[in-house]
Ligand binder design. Sequence first.
Ligand code: SAM
Length: 461
Amino acid sequence: MRLPENFEKKMRDLLKEDFDDYIACYEEPRYYGLRVNTNKISVEEFKKICPFEIEPIPWIENGFYYDGENVIPSKHPYYFAGLYYLQEPSAMTPANRLPVEPGDKVLDVCAAPGGKATELGAKLQGEGVLAANDISNSRAKGLLKNIEVFGIGNVLVLSEEPGKMESYFTEYFDKILIDAPCSGEGMFRKDKKMVSAWEEHGPDFFCNIQKSIILQAARMLKQGGMMLYSTCTFDPRENEQVIEHLLKTYPEFRILKIAPYEGFVQGMPEVTESRDPSLADTVRIFPHKMKGEGHYLALVQKGEPCDRVKGELTGGKGKKKLPEELEEFLNDVKKEIRTDLLDIHGERVYVMPAGLPDLKGLRFLRTGLLLGELKKKRFEPSQAFAMTLKKDDYEKIIDLPLEDDRVSRYLKGETLDVDDLVETKAKGWYLVCVDGYPLGWGKLANGTLKNKYLPGWRLNS
Ligand SMILES: C[S@@+](CC[C@H](N)C(=O)[O-])C[C@H]1O[C@@H](n2cnc3c(N)ncnc32)[C@H](O)[C@@H]1O
């Protein structure tokens, strides 16, 4: 593989006697990873039903290697059910090592396409709020889709400059992840195009952006809150030196230890001016030391640790009178929908996360969970809502086994005959599942199921 000369020289200086092992890795195949959505299925259960061979990623409890040269997990119905996300193994580490708890207010500053945001959202287990932002509007669309497939409803999806968000969210978040835009040196083996991108915009270009973003994020973090900074690059200017910049500007921050793994390499205080020894508690992932492509992580805390104010975040404005057609639909929903948090904008009905500040003026792709739309005298539930449900959360289910060819026909958008599965007179909105995991809606009449699977998500669309 062709690597730029100045990159090789830099890596030789950085790695010294390890350089030969590192460079030899470029002759090896890349690693493919899959991360289980623990919001929908336990790891144990997933191992039982996984239709292809997987091998545990030793430092990620819900992460597995798969043979990416021979299987395509992105075409499998379980992928459409949001049971897993495909992600390079070292890229699973940042969201895994940020200690998010249910009820936290969490920000992912550079979130698209959602590899880390989906894990942060799963860790919240429906409590608290995930604000997932990406400055690129087109990339934020992919982010929204991945968050919806994962069934994360307590969410804000934004496309903003972090500098603009600051005044809305000053010291608001308990946990922040910054997976910064970077020169991508750790991705050269995975994606050869990264090499020419690096030649165009290298570490010097990115380190100034990273230094701005980390300070902007720092101002949105609560006292006692934790922030994890990560990149998929090796250059010290984008890693230890960015953390040094944060500590210099805001001395109330300190570096925390990251839950260890034998393959992790310590951060390098010697590549900074301050030589602060606590930089050794940051983590470097190198492909010659463990089975992952490459990353850098630093976990920091602002001020002294303090308990999150537990309990209910302030809710909506009391019980609301709901439109009849919505009430009727909700009769079939067995899980609690907080009607005090419902927000109706024209036809669209949302369940908002509790305790949000006024967000007017920010660019959003989604605020809260889109429950569905009020059409003339009827309510149409959304695809996103279907994905947040478990099989037992809804009264009317069509549960197809994986081997049933109606699974792929449903995912392709076809109308299905299901008279063998429902009573003759059954009708209305049905939640279609594969092996008990919801895929989307269908509308039943006379034994025929009209396909309501979201057109843009269909198999082969
Ligand atoms: C490394 S990628 C994020 C990958 C993502 N965290 C994941 O795991 O799927 C960096 C992202 O930062 C976004 N970005 C670039 N500059 C930004 C800025 N100033 N503020 C917020 N996001 C930015 C890019 O559009 C890009 O999607």
